[in-house]
Design a protein around this ligand. Structure first.
Ligand SMILES: Cc1cc2nc3c(=O)[nH]c(=O)nc-3n(C[C@H](O)[C@H](O)[C@H](O)COP(=O)(O)OP(=O)(O)OC[C@H]3O[C@@H](n4cnc5c(N)ncnc54)[C@H](O)[C@@H]3O)c2cc1C
Length: 397
């Protein structure tokens, strides 16, 4: 029945998966490398089918209550004067929520029926016909029926079961960072963004949250060589990229460099020919990261996790059938949500002319809102979200 399922990574994808597996009677164990829940990050979107997933989980009221109240994005010049504003207020059934608040709600929802291990990581995986033996960095060796990598863009499970990440990461010629910011520097309820060619620095300030977040993006055609877990290298790269910028960048940079939770990474997508290998599969960014500029990361993670758990339930834990159905059903939405080129060009123009053009487009009455642009680009018809509760064959006693 494949009841014992090890999930590597306890954030959006891993926790959503654990919730549904426990609901269907499986026995999930979540191992998270960080010593506690990782609650950092800016606002992320929960919309479309992710709203339905949250509703079916019973956590939609909490998500709505914690939602941010961002009105839109304002592009400023070096003196702070607003050059263009894009209204991003939600017009449909969607919620923007701080990533950390979403992770906290998901964690609360998985208190029962899920074993949580913090401060550890899978070190090796060995599959055979009946299961998978996992060794952990803290010294344990345990046996599971299935293993799921929900451990983000630099997934350890993906490396162990599929090969080095260079095979699957598609560098999108940009790097980004998130950090705490001084809230007095940003406009209340707006994302305030300043550009110089190939660079963007923004302040994200929700009116119903204390504090604010800074985000930094810079263009770099050739991939940088650095250790994605070495914070000192991250600080060095960030300083190199932003040290000479105007506006409030010096203050934002100083604060970011002092933030113990500074988050720096390559802007990349994950593209894989298959998400499963024997008894091991992947979900969320580990399998199909669309990058932070897609605005789809949390959505893909929640829907993907819901579908993976649902397919396991519907097939009574037959992993071969379930993994095949998960992949067949979810490839097309993933492909659609990975089309992010226009977002990137809009946020980080590569020249002064490009910035002026972007501002003109943002001011244009025809395209006067980001929400409007997104609505135009959104697919007109999506398949309904499967209702696995009816199909589920509960594996537990
Ligand atoms: C701290 C943080 C801040 C973020 N901020 C933003 C943001 O502001 N905007 C945005 O669009 N996206 C952000 N992201 C990415 C975003 O969360 C994902 O794109 C999306 O939600 C998909 O979630 P995920 O669970 O697949 O991946 P992630 O959210 O990246 O979660 C992966 C989890 O796996 C854990 N992990 C990694 N390696 C191991 C290992 N070897 N063993 C065990 N656990 C491991 C990580 O600590 C993390 O908790 C952030 C991610 C993190 C971790």
């Amino acid at each position: 029945m494949n009841e014992r399922i090890l999930i590597s990574g306890g954030s959006i994808a891993g926790l959503t998966l654990a919730f549904w597996l426990a609901r269907y009677g499986f026995r999930p164990t979540v191992v998270e490398r960080a010593p506690q829940l990782r609650a950092g990050g800016n606002g992320v979107d929960v919309r479309d089918q992710a709203i339905e997933v949250a509703e079916r989980m019973g956590i939609l009221p909490q998500i709505r209550a914690a939602g941010t109240d961002i009105a839109g994005m304002t592009f400023v010049d070096a003196t702070g004067r607003s050059l263009a504003r894009m209204d991003m207020r939600s017009t449909g059934d969607e919620v923007e929520i701080m990533r950390g608040d979403l992770a906290t709600i998901l964690h609360e929802a998985t208190k029962d029926g899920v074993e949580h291990i913090f401060g550890d990581s899978i070190q090796t995986l060995e599959q055979d016909a009946d299961g998978v033996t996992a060794t952990f960095e803290q010294g344990q060796t345990r046996r599971f029926d299935l293993v799921v990598g929900a451990d983000g863009i630099h997934s350890t499970v993906r490396r162990l079961a599929f090969g080095p990440e260079s095979r699957f990461l598609r560098h999108m010629e940009h790097y980004f960072a998130f950090a705490e910011a001084d809230p007095t520097l940003g406009e209340n309820r707006w994302v305030t963004a300043y550009n110089e060619p190939g660079k963007m620095v923004g302040i994200y300030r929700s009116g119903n949250h204390t504090g604010a977040k800074a985000n930094f993006i810079f263009h770099r055609r050739e991939p940088l060589t650095y250790d994605h877990r070495d914070t000192e290298q991250h600080k060095h790269l960030l300083t190199e990229a932003f040290a000479n910028m105007s506006w409030q960048v010096p203050e934002l940079l100083t604060r970011a460099l002092a933030d113990p939770n500074l988050y720096f990474d390559t802007l990349a997508q994950v593209r894989m020919p298959s998400w499963s290998s024997g008894r091991v599969t992947l979900v969320g960014d580990a399998a199909y990261c669309a990058s932070p500029v897609s605005g789809c990361g949390a959505r893909l993670a929640m829907i993907g996790a819901y579908r993976l758990a649902g397919e396991l339930a519907a097939t009574a834990g037959d992993h071969q059938a379930a993994f095949r159905r998960y992949e067949e059903g979810f490839r097309a939405p993933v492909h659609r949500m990975q089309q992010v080129g226009p977002n990137l060009r809009l946020m980080v123009p590569k020249s002064g002319i490009g910035t002026r053009l972007r501002n003109a487009v943002a001011r244009s009455p025809l395209l006067d809102s980001m929400a409007g642009m997104e609505r135009i680009m959104r697919p007109k018809k999506t398949e309904p979200l499967p209702d696995y509760e009816r199909e589920a064959v509960h594996p537990g006693p």
